[in-house]
Design a protein around this ligand. Structure first.
Ligand code: 5GP
Ligand code: ZN
Length: 118
């Protein structure tokens, strides 16, 4: 999409300027494996549109955000986690540990996950 941020790591991955292990692509989103995986499956699902944080999601973005969850469901099924279970989480800002300011769902699966998270 046309609002790419030249400073943004994930916009650079979207543009193909930084390589990534892409596992899913649609008109609205892509997904790729996390460079520092915290579970056997650790995939990041991002919208093609640059949105910095959850706080910046607009009312017109609801279908787009829904498409991220549809991607999560498909990838979890492909990786064999649909029945055992998996986690989908999005961090917002510093206290939650957000480090890349282009929204992304973390899809974690393939091991037992503690609750509550740290
Ligand atoms: P956050 O902490 O913002 O919720 O998650 C950012 C995630 O991006 C982290 O899990 C981190 O390992 C991942 N990450 C950071 N840089 C890269 C990269 O260059 N490539 C990939 N595939 N993942 C990255
Ligand atoms: Zn971006």
């Amino acid at each position: 999409m046309s609002n790419a941020n030249p400073q943004c790591l994930f916009c650079k991955i979207l543009a193909g300027d930084i390589p990534a292990d892409i596992v899913y692509e649609s008109d609205s989103a892509i997904a790729f494996r996390d460079i520092n995986p915290q579970a056997p499956t650790h995939v990041l699902i991002i919208p093609r549109k640059h949105i910095a944080t959850i706080n910046d999601i607009g009312v017109d973005d609801q279908e787009l955000i829904g498409s991220l969850y549809s991607a999560a469901r498909e990838i979890a099924a492909t990786d064999g986690h649909a029945d055992n279970g998996y986690r989908v989480v999005m961090n917002c800002n510093a206290a939650a540990g957000q480090t890349v300011f282009h929204i992304h769902l973390h899809l974690l699966g393939g091991r037992a996950l503690d609750w509550p998270p740290g």
